[in-house]
Write a protein that binds this ligand. Structure first.
Ligand code: ASP
Length: 442
């Protein structure tokens, strides 16, 4: 069968490039598919649990250098990491000149972002040599504007122009150049963002993000034993899940490909036979199933309960209450309401910074009959495109929770119908996630 995928951008995370053995796996993956044309490496990550990531070591060297302390031992650890990759791959390559340049910069005028970026830069040089691909420095194609945001137009054009010169290339992740011409990094984990930006600029058919897990899980594995991998998830489902605490890709990393409609495939370098999770704009009909896509949630919520007779006839009541929250920079999660009551669910930590002032000002603003705060709530979000226009999902969720003897304190279903949020006591949180998972995973 002829595939209609011509160009894939493939990003490999730190654990995928932690040592020579991992490099071999990465090269085998890339070479097994000729559409894998543009490769975005991270810096070498951990080889084992107690190991140090090269990026962390680079930050450490910078801190030492900036404090005028001896950074030689720290920098030697970094050199050893790269040298052992080079010798493990039997490459005819020396990075000595590059090490000298970095050491000189640390000794003369250390720069934090420049130093941190060298992890990806050096790894990119090694990987390009090993693969026989061109090396394109991210500093020559990824630009940040005066406002510190990446400059979409300039970057898109630079990537397109430069990469059109090569059929295959390696572009190191995590950094670019700012308006002053200096190196600037994205936030931690930012190679994902580079992969997304490059995918969009070259109009890739697919952005593969290779890591050490076989995709996103339907529920938190610390709560549910061996949860299933999500096969297909839409960008909006993903946003719902990550907002509620699931560890997925950084919002900034998703944005460029999401607006370009390019799917992302999360894959496992250590199990390339697994198909991973596909993140798409819309769920294809054949993948549309009843039931749910994933469950996420966390503890640490409070509800501000406000009661007032005849509240329903006072236009602007909620507006006055929300203006107080806005003044103290507290955003609300949900507002379940009755005729004469509203409950405003907020994060307890946000509320606690100005708890007393907020209560006083709400009292002044709306003169309630009763106002009290309850803490210790957890929110559980059940997310799934399959729920839309489908009768019965809510009933299955509620019945499962009731059978587990858990009391639902509040419930909310957005009008998009792809998300049902339950609020339960914190003590019931894990149990609630487990019973909902069990209900839908059989
Ligand atoms: N190496 C950088 C970090 O550790 C960026 C990345 O790996 O994506 O944060």
């Amino acid at each position: 069968m002829k595939s209609d995928i011509n160009v894939k951008v493939v990003k490999f995370g730190g654990s995928s490039l932690a040592d020579a053995k991992q490099f071999e796996k990465v090269a085998a993956i890339i070479k097994s598919d000729k559409s894998r044309k543009f490769v975005i490496p991270s810096a070498p990550g951990k080889r084992f649990r107690e190991d140090e990531k090269v990026t962390d070591l680079l930050y450490e060297c910078y801190e030492l250098a900036a404090a005028n302390k001896d950074f030689a031992a720290c920098f030697n650890k970094i050199k050893d990491r790269y040298n052992s990759i080079i010798s493990g791959l039997s490459l005819d390559l020396s990075l000595d000149r590059e090490y000298d340049i970095i050491e000189k910069s640390l000794g003369n005028s250390p720069e934090r972002d420049y130093t941190a970026s060298r992890g990806e830069y050096l790894n990119g040089i090694i990987l390009s040599k090993y693969l026989g691909f061109a090396f394109v420095d991210a500093a020559d194609v990824i630009y940040f504007g005066e406002d510190g945001q990446y400059d979409v137009e300039k970057t898109d054009k630079a990537i397109r122009d430069r990469l059109s010169e090569f059929e295959y290339a390696v572009v190191p992740g995590f950094y670019g150049r700012n308006a002053d011409g200096n190196i600037k990094t994205f936030s931690r984990g930012g190679s994902d963002i580079t992969g997304s930006i490059v995918s969009r600029a070259v109009d890739a058919d697919l952005y593969e993000n290779w890591t050490d897990v076989s995709g996103f899980l339907m529920a938190d594995p610390r709560i549910v034993e061996n949860p299933m991998v999500i096969e297909t998830v839409t960008y909006s489902e993903l946003r719902e899940l990550s907002y509620m605490g699931a560890t997925v890709l950084h919002e900034e990393a998703v944005f460029p490909v999401r607006i370009a409609g390019i799917p992302i495939n999360i894959r496992n370098t250590n199990r390339p036979e697994d198909s991973g999770t596909m993140i798409v704009l819309r769920t294809p009909i054949e993948k549309m199933c009843e039931g749910i896509t994933g469950i996420a949630g966390h503890k640490g919520f409070s509800v501000i309960n406000i009661e007032k007779d005849m509240m329903n006839s006072q236009v602007g009541f909620a507006l006055k209450v929300l203006a107080v929250l806005a003044k103290y920079n507290v955003s609300f999660e949900h507002i379940p309401s009755g005729i004469d009551t509203i409950g405003i669910v907020v994060s307890s930590s946000a509320l606690n910074s100005h708890r007393h002032e907020i209560v006083d000002e709400i009292r002044k603003a709306v003169n309630p009959d009763n106002l009290y705060i309850e803490d210790g709530l957890a929110l559980v979000a059940v997310v799934g495109q399959g729920m839309v226009r489908n009768i019965g999902t809510a009933s299955r969720i509620i019945s499962a929770v009731a059978r587990a003897d858990v009391n639902i304190r509040m419930m909310d279903q957005g009008t998009r119908e792809n998300n049902i949020i339950l609020s339960v006591e914190e003590a019931d949180f894990e149990k609630t996630v487990r019973v909902i998972y069990d209900e839908f995973s059989v």
